[in-house]
Design a protein around this ligand. Structure first.
Ligand SMILES: Cc1cc2nc3c(=O)[nH]c(=O)nc-3n(C[C@H](O)[C@H](O)[C@H](O)COP(=O)(O)OP(=O)(O)OC[C@H]3O[C@@H](n4cnc5c(N)ncnc54)[C@H](O)[C@@H]3O)c2cc1C
Length: 436
């Protein structure tokens, strides 16, 4: 997120806001005062995380509330694994705090720059067929509502608010603190291996069910994929982190510096994209290492891109990928960015993309200066026809009517919103579109 003199811009640079005012309260009481002050002026309020959403979910023309003065630990209870943090804490800081107490998150997405509240509000997830997204690790929430009142919720306390507010899209109130259900710190053995795409798809169920956290990247215009298998190891296993040089080479130089140059080259010489993708996919070599879970899950992403991601019924992913491949061949569209495929367990969070459904996630990216519209539209048509649900923080074009067909609890969510925020103090244009 970039806050400048007259406005705000997200990480990808595709969303800008011109808020009437930027406020940065220091605590929950300050949040309540700021919400009431905005409402008294007839302005809307939007809490912003770190601007890592690609949609306009965090955009406002009212009062933009930054939570970068609310980043502290509130309570840690190692025996139960319950950890309460203020809502603005960035995930990388959360990971460090948990490690200090011998704890860790059960699963994480692939970057750690988001705030805890921002990531959870849009349904951020990682991969692993037995694991849910971050919202499934929430034990309780504290919110400031539109009238400035405070409310706490969990599975035992106001469960109907809890069901809605875990993935709340910023629509129900400002979350001031979250209690997360963490587990004892653990190591993961990471095995990264390039593989023919057909081998991945033929053995997909064994890969997905036989590993704690399986994902793969398919290089468009090729038949090649990079697979990642992360598995928990016994607590006696010694860590074997990637060496400093290899880590820099793979995660910084190749994945960021060279990848950035590759994308710039493809933007200038689009016709060479298939050849470049073939070289990129073959240039990747296998590696195995053992490290703290959060260091395996998250890595730096410095090449800016735009992204769309759809959650599909798990067994639809092979056909959807083949259709995307066929469309790319037919259309001549050229895409230098790999397509990412991940998996998640079914969960019970009302607006989760994996609500009551085992899911496969298909994420398509485009280098930020290149047009993404034709590619994303085509993939969206294929994903929607397969019953897909879009990630709330990533680009998509669905409106409330289309979303209601694929989110069985959307109407329940809107009913809670009607109760908690009847005047839409926390509304914005994106919420008008997706919630009606
Ligand atoms: C490089 C990159 C990698 C990513 N990787 C993944 C991934 O692996 N998996 C995945 O699922 N997604 C991923 N995402 C998407 C990202 O996790 C989500 O868009 C997430 O919501 C961003 O969090 P944020 O802190 O930047 O929040 P923002 O984008 O700033 O805000 C998101 C929403 O949260 C609301 N919000 C924030 N704080 C509060 C609060 N205190 N109270 C109420 N509402 C609040 C905002 O109002 C807004 O509605 C990635 C995005 C990028 C740019």
């Amino acid at each position: 997120m970039h806050v400048f003199a007259t406005g705000w811009r997200n990480w990808a640079g595709n969303q800008e806001a011109r808020p009437a005012k930027v406020v940065a309260p220091a605590d929950a009481a300050g949040v309540a005062d700021a919400v009431m002050a905005a409402a008294a002026e007839g302005r809307r309020v939007k809490a912003a995380g770190s601007g890592h959403s690609f949609t306009g979910v965090a955009v406002t023309d009212g009062h933009l509330m930054r939570l970068d003065r609310m980043t502290d630990v509130v309570a840690v209870d190692p025996p139960t694994g319950l950890v309460t943090v203020q809502a603005g804490m960035p995930i990388h800081r959360l990971n460090a705090v948990l490690a200090e107490h011998g704890l860790a998150m059960t699963n994480l997405g692939d970057v750690d720059r988001q705030t805890v509240s921002g990531a959870i509000a849009t349904g951020t997830h990682g991969t692993g067929a037995r694991f849910g997204g971050l919202a499934t690790q929430v034990h309780g929430l504290e919110l400031v509502l539109a009238d400035g009142s405070f409310v706490r919720c969990s599975a035992d306390e106001r469960p109907e608010i809890f069901d809605a507010a875990r993935i709340g899209l910023g629509a129900l109130g400002v979350v001031t603190a979250l209690t997360l259900r963490c587990e004892p710190a653990y190591l993961l053995r990471a095995v990264e291996e390039p593989m023919p795409l057909d081998r991945v798809l033929d053995g997909l169920d064994a890969f997905v069910d036989g590993n704690d956290h399986f994902e793969f990247y398919w290089f468009p215009h090729t038949k090649l994929a990079l697979t990642k298998r992360n598995n928990r190891v016994h607590e006696d296993t010694p860590p074997q982190p990637v060496g400093a040089f290899r880590g820099w080479l793979d995660d910084e130089f190749l994945s960021n510096t060279v990848f950035g140059l590759v994308n710039r080259f493809c933007a200038a010489m689009p016709r060479l994209t298939p050849a470049v993708n073939n070289v990129s996919a073959r240039a990747l070599s296998a590696r195995t290492y053992v490290d703290a879970s959060y260091r395996v899950f998250c890595s730096p992403r410095r090449v800016r891109f735009k992204e769309m991601e759809y959650a599909l019924p798990r067994n639809a992913i092979r056909d959807v990928l083949r259709e995307v491949d066929a469309w790319l061949r037919r259309s001549g569209e050229l895409v230098p960015f790999p397509v990412e495929v991940r998996f998640a367990a079914a969960d019970d969070v009302w607006l989760s993309t994996a609500y009551e459904r085992e899911s496969a996630y298909l994420a398509v990216h485009q280098y930020h200066p290149l047009p993404h519209g034709r590619y994303f539209d085509a993939v969206e048509r294929i994903a929607v026809a397969a019953g897909g649900r879009p990630h709330w923080g990533k680009l998509h074009s669905l409106d409330a009517a289309a979303l209601a067909e694929r989110h069985p609890r959307l109407a329940d969510f809107v009913a809670v919103r009607d109760k908690l925020d009847p005047n839409r103090v926390f509304g914005n244009a994106y919420l008008d579109r997706v919630l009606g």
